[in-house]
Design a binder for this molecule. Structure first.
Ligand code: ADP
Ligand code: MG
Length: 703
């Protein structure tokens, strides 16, 4: 009790434990905490998922199946019945206009007794379903209606279910929280911002969102209610503040100023078998400016598959190495690391630069000697996988960190590699285009360069969606291509046959294709369960054309480059995101021959067929990413998981792009006026940011 007293005096009422709320004891608190609801603030910002109109009330014959409804009725009968060896409780409800059968599949004996005790009317709330022509509800909420009190309730919020806590208990708890704590919620947004963006004050918004005074209005899918808009703005405003402050910190960091040796660059230029595209040259200029600025570079290079990011990475590394530093290149997979290594090795050799490869699969003794060479600074160019960020690996003079396909790595891994040098420059590369509306925010701590041009002479990849019964046509096309000396990929979603799946798999299809369909060519198999040596051997055989057809899972998704591969067949494309399909498609059309991508659609229905049609229409990775975002939400976009966007509770980035822009502008204006957020009028903002940081720190601590 004394503890509670002192907590009540705590300076910030929102940070108090849920236990300070009247009616919440340790037991209930535990259940709430299991759902991440630890503080009063958590409760206030756990918004309803919908509302039920308890006013007036509709008659049963006015209700529609599929809706969450609430009505008042008499209990006609309540009894336990046996159904297919299962006992269930069946309660028939009637209001004179119709019948609804409520069913409980899990219940205690007390519930049966309770129904048999009820004399008057009850209010029943739940999702109405239609089964065999009868209206049913499963596990609805039932409250007794006291005489003359039918109108009680008004518009009632509906929250997502919390195990062990009835909706009614939670609603009562929320009524208490809103009444007692909303008046103590400090305003976070400056008055000028609220006026400019026409936002409700925080207290009104919270009160309205939990217990609206007016009926649930229907908003068009592109907008939200004023109270929700205010709360979403707030959420995005604070996310933007975090991002902008992160960027501020990084931009301030000193870095090694590199000089550009013209002679050296000319020598390098002579080695290149092609001329850089205009986009590659522009990006190189941006990088060169960063490297020579005296501040640490933090740059992301994004560009569609095949646009030529590797050469940009290599040139950046060479500049840094020419300045006497080491450069590290980290790739997400063994295969990619080796591919980069072989590509870069030929340049390094020609320029007399010592280089090495470090992956976890290298034998211990060899690894030890390579690690020592890296530590002594004898290897200038170091290519590797995650093995590079292991603690034992140290560098002598690490001046540049390059991370390929950055979405495969989290922010923490990025930091881990950077810490191995003293503020080394950082270049990250991704082939997963992020829609322009999000890129700036998503990569808030990075400057973004875009290679928006493919090298000349690249053949377009023709994409078609075929149905499974047209597979013969696919095999014909493959046969023709093999006759021309070309190669192909076939992608399946599974490695091995699975009992509970209808999906085709790599292992059984490899033998089928080899034995039944293409007995006279060599079929190879690649998937994640093979050892790294096996994978490398297969890829090498494919690159050397000892294998014509490679049957694989998505392990070949990133970066693999085989110029004579001209056909990409993807089975069960409905299982993949559009961006992922686009990545896979990027494996062909890398040489000079016309190429094809065939999506063999099966069992996905009309909607998924329509989605795949986008692949037929465009080769533009940005457009495809935007479609993915629209259709599947931001969680599906690679790279989003590691950003703050995955944790958004209220905002929906598809719907709320307009609010996002406003929030970003407001955050920028605030930082411009008060960079350290220390002015007294921003105290509430400061304390909320601190609270968020503490939570983030706690999260990082647990993983
Ligand atoms: P990605 O951006 O997907 O990593 P890569 O760097 O693997 O693309 O480049 C794809 C292919 O294009 C490689 O074979 C590379 O040698 C070639 N390439 C890169 N830049 C050019 C260019 N300017 N002109 C012609 N070919 C290029
Ligand atoms: Mg690449």
């Amino acid at each position: 009790m004394a503890g509670q007293q002192s907590e009540l005096l705590c300076a910030d009422p929102l940070r108090q434990s849920v236990q300070v709320v009247k009616g919440v004891g340790p037991q209930l608190a535990r259940k709430l905490e299991a759902r991440g609801l630890t503080t009063v603030e958590d409760l206030l910002f756990n918004l309803p998922v919908g509302y039920v109109d308890h006013r007036g009330g509709r008659r049963i014959n006015e209700l529609r199946a599929g809706e969450y409804v609430s009505f008042v009725a008499n209990i006609f009968s309540a009894k336990e019945v046996q159904y297919r060896r299962r006992r269930l409780l069946e309660v028939v409800l009637s209001d004179g206009s119709g019948l609804v059968t409520a069913k409980w599949f899990h219940y205690g004996a007390w519930l049966v007794k309770r129904f048999n005790r009820v004399r008057g009317k009850v209010r029943v709330s739940g999702t109405l379903r239609l089964f065999g022509g009868r209206l049913e509800m499963h596990h609805p909420e039932v409250e007794e209606v006291e005489a003359g009190q039918q109108e009680i309730g008004g518009i009632v919020p509906r929250y997502s279910a919390i195990p062990g806590v009835s909706r009614r208990t939670y609603r009562r708890l929320m009524a208490e929280v809103v009444n007692c704590y909303v008046p103590r919620v400090p305003e976070t947004l400056p008055a000028a911002v609220r006026r400019y963006f026409d936002l409700l004050d925080l207290q009104t918004a919270l009160r309205q969102v939990h217990f609206p005074s007016r009926g649930p209005e229907k908003y068009p899918s592109s907008t939200v209610s004023p109270e929700l808009r205010r709360l979403i703005f707030e959420e995005l405003f604070f996310l933007e503040l975090q991002i902008l402050r992160g960027r501020q910190r990084l931009c301030g960091e000193a870095g090694q100023a590199m000089t550009l040796d013209k002679d050296f660059l000319r020598r390098v230029g002579k080695l290149l078998p092609f001329k850089l595209t205009a986009a590659q040259r522009r990006v190189m200029r941006e990088i060169a400016a960063d490297l020579s600025s005296g501040r640490a570079m933090n740059r992301l290079v994004q560009g569609d598959v095949g646009c030529g990011k590797t050469i940009v990475a290599l040139l950046t590394a060479l500049i840094v190495i020419a300045n006497g530093f080491q450069a590290a290149v980290m790739a997400p997979t063994e295969i990619l690391a080796q591919q980069h290594f072989f590509n870069m090795a030929s340049y390094a050799r020609a320029l007399g630069i010592p280089f090495t490869l470090l992956t976890s699969r290298i034998a211990a003794a060899e690894k030890k000697s390579r690690t020592e060479a890296i530590a002594r600074g004898e290897a200038s160019l170091v290519v590797g996988t995650h093995a590079l960020i292991q603690e034992r690996v140290t560098f002598n003079r690490l001046g540049l960190v390059i991370i390929d396909e950055q979405h495969r790595f989290g922010v923490l891994q990025r930091l881990a590699l950077r810490r191995k040098g003293v503020n080394p420059h950082l270049l990250v590369m991704t082939a997963t285009p992020i829609p322009r509306t999000l890129a700036m925010t998503l990569y808030g701590d990075l400057e973004v360069s875009t290679i928006d041009e493919l090298p000349p002479g690249r053949p377009q990849v023709q994409t078609v969606v075929l149905e499974a019964r047209e597979r013969k046509r696919v095999y014909e096309l493959l046969r023709q291509e093999f006759l021309l000396g070309r190669q192909a990929y076939v992608i399946y979603p599974l490695v091995e046959e699975s009992e509970n799946s209808e999906l085709q798999d790599v292992v059984s299809m490899t033998s089928h294709l080899q034995d039944q369909v293409f007995p006279d060519i060599k079929v190879g198999m690649l998937h994640g369960r093979l050892s790294s040596e096996e994978k490398q051997a297969i890829m090498t055989d494919f690159a050397r054309k000892k294998i014509q057809l490679l049957v694989a899972t998505t392990v070949i998704e990133v970066g693999i480059d085989v110029p004579d591969a001209t056909v990409m067949v993807i089975e069960h494309p409905e299982r993949f995101g559009l961006s992922q399909l686009h990545q896979l498609r990027g494996r062909v059309g890398r040489g000079k021959h016309p190429s094809h991508c065939i999506l063999v659609h099966q069992g996905g229905g009309r909607e998924s067929r329509a989605r795949l049609a986008i692949m037929e229409q465009t080769n533009d990775g940005f457009r495809i990413a935007e479609e993915d975002l629209r259709l599947r939400g931001p969680g599906e976009l690679a790279g989003v998981q590691q950003s703050g966007f995955a944790n958004l509770k209220m905002a929906n980035l598809l719907r709320d792009v307009g609010i996002l822009r406003g929030a970003r502008r407001a955050a920028m204006a605030l930082i411009a006026r008060d960079p350290e957020i220390e002015k007294p009028e921003h105290a509430a903002i400061r304390s909320k940011l601190q609270r968020q940081n503490e939570q983030a720190a706690a999260l990082l601590g647990t993983c």
